[in-house]
Structure formats: structure tokens, C-alpha cells
Write a protein that binds this ligand. Structure first.
Ligand code: E4P
Length: 215
């Protein structure tokens, strides 16, 4: 499973990119609103840092707005993927942009049927929001499992991005289920790296290494 970062913060993206495993970035209007600066410049800067798909979402939600903004975003850099929310105008926009050779990511997906329709409309990526499903007392990982089973069964080309990841176990479970990608917030990536036994082990090796050197 590939790891994307779910962030629009340039410092976070730069720091995590240096660790060598980062395969892409997802942003959304809420993440962008937390940062200062021009949206398109921000997206361009992210593309300069990360060598992989950079997902950016139009701010309008009508078909015409999503098409116009989607085309403008896609023209910024070849790695841009346009995020389109799952709705009737969204499906139309996904299909329209796909015919123009613009890759889209169907976002705000909460059911297997939504995933199937978005994939058939031509989305390159499908983003089930695992954590937000959990938030309302349903099972986000179960929905992810259903989506993977259905898309696999019909050899649908779209890649699935486990999104709205809340904690490291979401990442482990998404990988076990076979999700192609998980997009993970900065804090969760940091938590995935850490293990108390690793810290203890490093401290002991450093201590013994010093003894070996007679220090
Ligand atoms: C995915 O592309 C979204 O940006 C993101 O995962 C949303 O997650 P949230 O539920 O934490 O806002």
C-alpha cells in the first residue's frame, strides 16, 4: 500500500517527503484554509516537493465550476489530480474530465455503491472516508473492504485511497484489506514511526556503544 500525506502544510509535507516513503499528497478546502497563501501557488509548491500525485479540490461544487476549476488546477502541473465530490454534478464532472485526460479522485465516498458509480464514471482514484464513517457509529473499514471486493471482482482500474485516517490501526487495517493507498495525516504518520521498544533499544545500543569505546 502506498502512503500519501493528507495535508496542505508545506513544512509537514517537506519533512515527511524527506523520509523517503511518500508517494503523493491529498489536500482539501478545509486543509488549505488552515494555511496562509494563494491556493494555486500552494499546490504548485507541493508539486515541486513531492514526486507523485498531488490532489487538489475545486472550491465550487456545480458541474460548470468543477470543470473550469478542475481544468485550471490540472494545468498547473502534470502530477495534479482533481478531487471531485461524489454527487450527480460530480459524476458528470468526473466523466467529462476523464474524457479530457484529466485524472480525478472521487472524494467524500461513504458507500460501496458510490465507489462503483464513481469508478465507472471514470475516476482514477476513489476515496472512502473511513474515519468519518466511524464517527457516525458505522464501520469505515467494512465499507473499505466492500469497495475493494467489488472493484477487484470487476478488475476496475481505479485505485482506492483509504482517507479520513484517524490512527495507526486504520493504516494497518487498510493495508490488510488491500487498499492501494492510504492518505495519512502528519500526526498519524509520526505515530506510525514511533515504538517505545525501538526508542528503548536505540538508547541501550547507544549506551553499550559508548561503553565499547571506553566512554
Ligand atoms: C481525503 O482526501 C481527505 O482530505 C481527508 O482524508 C479527510 O479527512 P478528515 O475526515 O480527517 O477531514
Amino acid at each position: 500500500m502506498k502512503i500519501f500525506i493528507d495535508s496542505a502544510n508545506i513544512e509537514e509535507i517537506r519533512e515527511i517527503n524527506e523520509l523517503g516513503f511518500l508517494a503523493g499528497v491529498t489536500t482539501n478546502p478545509s486543509l488549505v484554509a488552515k494555511e496562509n497563501g494563494d491556493f494555486h501557488q500552494m499546490v504548485r509548491k507541493i508539486c515541486d516537493i513531492v514526486n507523485g500525485p498531488v490532489n487538489a479540490e475545486p472550491l465550487g461544487v456545480t458541474f460548470d465550476e468543477m470543470i473550469a476549476e478542475g481544468q485550471a488546477l490540472a494545468s498547473l502541473h502534470p502530477n495534479i489530480v482533481v478531487k471531485i465530490p461524489m454527487c450527480e454534478d460530480g459524476l458528470k464532472a468526473i466523466s467529462y474530465l476523464a474524457r479530457q485526460g484529466i485524472r480525478t479522485n472521487a472524494t467524500l465516498v461513504f458507500s460501496a455503491n458510490q465507489a462503483l458509480l464513481a469508478a465507472r464514471a471514470g475516476a482514477s482514484y476513489i476515496s472512502p472516508f473511513v474515519g468519518r464513517i466511524d464517527d457516525i457509529g458505522n464501520d469505515g473499514l467494512h465499507v473499505l473492504t466492500e469497495i475493494m471486493m467489488i472493484l477487484d471482482q470487476y478488475a476496475v482500474e481505479a485505485e482506492v485511497i483509504a482517507a479520513s485516517i484517524r490512527h495507526p490501526m486504520h493504516v494497518t487495517e487498510a493495508a490488510k484489506i488491500g487498499s492501494h493507498i492510504a492518505t495519512v495525516p502528519y500526526k498519524v504518520i509520526k505515530a506510525m514511526i514511533k515504538h517505545p521498544l525501538t526508542d528503548l533499544g536505540i538508547a541501550r545500543f547507544v549506551e553499550d556503544g559508548r561503553k565499547l569505546q571506553g566512554l
